[in-house]
Design a protein around this ligand. Structure first.
Ligand code: 5GP
Length: 138
């Protein structure tokens, strides 16, 4: 399967679709999921194209993991979370819906389940959550 440069996350990277930015560096971008399954649910993506973990380069994966760690610690602090769940889905059979590599970062609290997927969040709240995580990165 080839990379589609018109996928939603490629459009976000090009600034054609707005997003709530949490963090960026030269190689990666982190922004909020607009259908959050947890408070603080954000996504880490490489700035260069690849579909998923199956075609990603080691450099893309290493850059994403460094950002995941940074954002995970910040989100844990920002939300007073007990832990973090990291999700990555590859290809349709693996549960992937947007075909630009991404890692879901979820702050988790003891006894609180992830919410159902596909439910649009409150944009003001998502914006505030992005700012809280961003501030905890420093
Ligand atoms: P996947 O199943 O591919 O791992 O998840 C794709 C994720 O992208 C879903 O959690 C979905 O809520 C999120 N998503 C879909 N469209 C948009 C969008 O336009 N903006 C943002 N920020 N997230 C999106």
């Amino acid at each position: 399967m080839s990379y589609d440069p018109d996928n939603i996350f490629a459009k976000i990277l090009r600034g054609e679709i707005p997003s709530f930015k949490v963090y960026e560096d030269d190689e990666t971008y982190c922004f909020m999921d607009i259908m959050p399954r947890s408070d603080g649910h954000c996504l880490v993506i490489p700035k260069t194209p690849c579909r998923n973990i199956l075609d990603a380069s080691e450099a893309q994966l290493a850059a994403c993991m460094a950002t995941v760690k940074k954002v995970a610690n910040a989100a844990k602090t920002a939300f007073g979370a007990d832990g973090i769940t990291l999700q990555q889905f590859s290809e349709t059979a693996g549960g992937q819906e947007v075909f630009h590599l991404h890692f879901h970062v979820h702050p988790r609290h003891e006894g609180v389940s992830l919410r159902a997927p596909g439910v649009m969040g409150d944009m003001e709240q998502i914006k505030a959550h992005a700012e809280a995580i961003s501030a905890a990165i420093g």
